[in-house]
Design a protein around this ligand. Sequence first.
Ligand code: HEC
Ligand code: HEC
Length: 332
Amino acid sequence: MRTTIIIAAVGLALTSQVAWGVAPRNEPVQPIPAVAVTEPAKVELGKKLFFDPRLSKSGFISCNSCHNLSMGGTDNLKSSIGHNWQQGPINSPTVLNSSLNLAQFWDGRAADLKEQAGGPIANPGEMAFTHELAIGVLQSIPGYVAEFEAVFGQEVLDIDMVTDAIAAFEETLVTPHSPFDQWLLGDDDALNAQALAGYQLFKQSGCVACHNGPNLGGTSFQRMGVVEPYQSTADTIGRAAVTGKDADRFAFKVPTLRNVELTYPYFHDGEAATLEEAVDIMGRLQLGRVYSDEEIGQIVAFLKSLTGEQPRFELPILPPSSNDTPAPAPFG
Ligand code: HEC
Ligand code: HEC
């Protein structure tokens, strides 16, 4: 009887924690909730599409080429390589936890994941296809037609269904249970003294003003170079390209710091090769503060505690092309 009551009480405590998303510690950063998959068939289809290079003109580039889920959802390159080995204009952000961001892309030009997913397929510097041609390819693959019909209830495919499924898959790409989240949830031993000192410094010196919320970022657009200007190698004006406002020149969506240990190199131009360098630049340019090597080591130790459980799943096996599937054009 007694045990039952204790178990019930513990169960209740856990349920309410999950239900309200409230951490026992009152911090400006919240733990990432584990994902609840409500539409498994759509997620499975989206996973296939995410890994399918036939959505590109070359038949060689998939979403996973530049957002490699074996490498923190990035390509670990300064800027991505697109169709015909083209050098991309900007660093590829991670797709992990991207559903938690207020908008997509460095300048926020896509409102959500569904809107974003249509972009790269038709971008001449990325997958270099058109939506019509991509749909033509998928429609020629009987395995896909059957799967789309099972999920969306119709055999005539359109780009809306494709981006909807990809977005549903991306929403599952969250990384809960990092050491820092375990600490947030009350486990004092989850962080060592160095990482804890790093978090205190991160809060006290003001990093948290921009890197906050469950994603430690993704909640606002902020200028790069608040105290000192940043000399960028990338040709971009940032948020101003969307709003047309001069005040938004060189403002970017604050990137998430989740899994930042895996998503090097850093900044929109990929110019900072290491976390130490990125932290030093952030301190000086955003806060006017020069950290000692010891302090940088502490902040970096904290940032490394943000690496969560990476999404795990079976590699999708893609349905084969048919005799009617248009041939890829890798060198055109
Ligand atoms: C050739 C490399 C490349 C390919 C292929 C590619 N992406 Fe991207 N992706 C990028 C780059 C670079 C950006 C940043 C562009 C920008 O902000 O202007 C980006 C941005 C994103 C973002 C926004 C993340 C954020 O936090 O802002 C998401 C989500 C995303 N891509 C998903 C996808 C999906 C889904 C596909 C496949 C349909 C795909 N990408 C294909 C390189 C690529
Ligand atoms: C005024 C807002 C602001 C403050 C304060 C701030 N950041 Fe940033 N942070 C940004 C923005 C905006 C970017 C993206 C800049 C870019 O790519 O050009 C960024 C990028 C980063 C990156 C690179 C992430 C990536 O994936 O490329 C790291 C690491 C980082 N910040 C850590 C910190 C730390 C540590 C502090 C405190 C010393 C801090 N930031 C303070 C706004 C801020």
